[in-house]
Design a protein around this ligand. Structure first.
Ligand SMILES: *[C@@H]1O[C@H](CO)[C@@H](O)[C@H](O)[C@H]1NC(C)=O
Length: 246
């Protein structure tokens, strides 16, 4: 399978990049002028920022309402955010590898991953990518230990595995995850999860009427977790299990 996502998924940024950084395939820090000139502001209410991810590795999906994604740091927004130490570690790692000093290269890569970045090999192209932990906004899927927890996770893996996602981030949660709406080739992922009866509308945090409607439809059909006589809300389940732990 071609691991590279269609260029339509990315912003059409074309810059001729001279020198050492581009030689090593590393991001060039963009100036704010370039950023504001290239990017029209988004009009989605409450939107913090939008991510365009590299192909997702389905094996890293933790459950039915979370994904771990990587973003190409040559992306306009990302390039200006890469910390200097990460940048330097990536340059030094390339040098270490060129000198076949693999112990040094591994140590440098650990430094990079500890900082939330990773060097990925995609189609024989090495790129520095930034990791994001994403919580799907407005839905709550059964926990892995609950009935239909596995089905929910499997469905999410099926949707996102190998795909590039568009993620609109609105918030950050108490666990440091970004809370966002996730789209996969035009498919609204939360909608799919709700309609398949594999997630609840997370009403404590989300009031969107479409979400309520999609959950209602699944309930009426009795599909997914709605086939259970007495499905337990994941937030109730978590509350109980937290109490048992202490
Ligand atoms: C990462 O972004 C750069 C610059 O836009 C591009 O040349 C490269 O192909 C991208 N890599 C992947 C794997 O998408």
């Amino acid at each position: 399978m071609d691991q590279k996502c269609s260029l339509d998924d990315f912003r059409p940024v074309r810059l001729i990049l001279p020198g050492l950084l581009s030689f090593y395939g590393l991001p060039i820090p963009y100036s704010l002028d370039e950023l504001s000139a290239g990017e029209a502001p988004s009009v989605v209410d409450g939107l913090m920022f939008e991510l365009h991810t590299l192909p997702v590795d389905g094996k890293t999906v933790p459950d039915g309402d979370g994904v771990n994604v990587y973003v190409n740091t040559t992306d306009v927004r990302e390039s200006s955010l890469v910390p200097h130490e990460v940048h330097m570690a990536a340059v030094e790692r390339n040098l270490a590898r060129a000198q076949r000093n693999y112990a040094m290269a591994d140590a440098l890569h650990k430094q990079i991953t500890d900082a939330g970045y990773k060097v990925l090999n995609i189609n024989d192209e090495e790129i520095l990518a930034r990791k994001y932990r994403i919580r799907l906004r407005g839905i709550d899927a059964p926990e892995n230990q609950q009935p239909y927890g596995k089905e929910a996770k499997d469905e999410l893996v099926k949707i996102v595995d190998g795909k590039c996602l568009k993620i609109q981030v609105f918030d950050e949660d108490q666990y440091g995850r970004f809370v966002g709406d996730v789209y996969c080739n035009g498919l609204f992922v939360q909608k799919r999860m709700l309609k398949k009866g594999l997630a609840w509308h997370y009403t404590a945090y989300d009031k969107r009427p479409q979400f309520e409607k999609w959950e209602k439809e699944a309930r009426a059909k009795g599909i997914g977790l709605w086939a259970l006589p007495n499905p337990e809300m994941p937030w109730e389940w978590r509350r109980k299990h937290r109490q048992n732990r202490f």
